[in-house]
Design a protein around this ligand. Sequence first.
Ligand code: ADP
Ligand code: GLC
Length: 473
Amino acid sequence: MRVAVISAEAVPYSKTGGLGDVAGALPKALKKVGVDSVLVTPCYWQTKGEHLWETAIDDLDVPWKGGIYPAKAFYSEANGSPTFLIDAPSYFHRDSIYGFREDHERFAFFNRAALTLLKRIGKAPDIVHLNDWHCGFAAAELAVVRHHDPFWRSTRTVFSIHNMAYQGVFGTEDLWKFGFGGEFERNAFLSNGAASAMKAGLSLSDTLSTVSKRYAAEIQQPENGYGLDWLVRRRAHRLVGITNGVDYEVWDPKTDPEIPAHYDIDDLSGKAECKRRLLEQFSLPVRLDRPIFASVTRLTAQKGIDLMMQAAGEIVGSGAYIISLGSGEKSYEDFWQRLRDHAPSQVGVYRGYNESLAHQIEAGADIFMMPSKFEPCGLNQMYSLRYGTVPIVRAVGGLDDTVQNFDSVNGTGNGFKFGPYRADRFVDRIFEALFAYADADVWRKIQRNGMSEDNSWENAARKYVELYRWTLD
Ligand code: ADP
Ligand code: GLC
């Protein structure tokens, strides 16, 4: 079986969040379970110079808006599997990866370029695996071309939903420009008088997946369907939930090159050293007996920042530390800064994106907070489990599927979770965690329960292979 994975971001070439982690790791994991895969992703300005790549195609003529866009494609195996990076400077050499008025056009182009490239390199993939709204355009294109282009005749599409909240909505007048003016495609894109790339992906892909079982059910409800729950329900017989994996080559405290000391389930002494260094790095007094609560996240409403804002006073009042790494909405950034000014000996704040620091926080912290409003899968809680950093999460999406409440009677469970989106419920779990932390044996038990889990990509990759087979059937 030959699979082409198409994604707007992929580690180590580019990343703004979990999609990058997933798209970088899945092809490598597919290879390990015997599937021949190729990854196609844009070459951003941010990608350049950072990784080894070579020019593979310097005349990738992409049919675009009635003419030809002269693009290039670079080749790399920096993520451990064959990757093509589409180079189109006017679309991708910019000071950020997303956030432009014409993002829909940038990714519509990327999709056209990716399909042009796959055809150019010769062998048709059996499966084109599309990710999030950025790839809805390719779903529409393949649904049409496979009826008249023999190259694509046997190719089938899988569309993975990583986040229903982002749908790539734009004015329908652009559909003509991108080549989707026909009634069939137009209807697939049409959503509340506008065009939605997510809707096209959901409508026209052969099968659908999302990144946890619980989220697969949640997006069929209005609260998490963002206006498309009816469509997900209609196509539910073709939808599966597959929980993301963790790339333990990147995220394992035993080998992680980003952290100051290594450790594993049998010997956690290195974790204390990581904690010491983390406190020093944030110029906080080194009191190893006090727990560090941490957050590493995009600062958006999705992540439950307002619950953290309401709970922060209780955490500081208990004498614990809080360390936050993140950037995003200004009001949230300002909140963390104010908290730091209020309790400078207990609070450490880094505003921005810092890959290396994310690893150091996972290793040095004691408790990881993810009180998300919604969370399709979530990766940081799984990284935390491996790093012996106990997660406190809200029971939604992938957080609910991967974190089990600690049960002091049976000694089972790997963290703490709460249901209703309420600060008092979150605070209850914070105090429960503080109690558990005060008893070293209990805490060690919770840490070991998490560290012994296997959330590796190989398991998830096997499930994707089953999904691909089912799609081909
Ligand atoms: P989402 O994709 O919704 O942002 P995930 O939990 O799936 O959430 O993945 C987030 C990924 O992005 C993790 O690998 C996390 O470490 C990383 N990340 C988020 N914010 C930052 C930041 N400010 N600096 C470094 N890494 C970050
Ligand atoms: C999205 C979701 C996150 C998920 C990630 C990778 O960004 O918000 O929950 O882990 O995609 O699938």
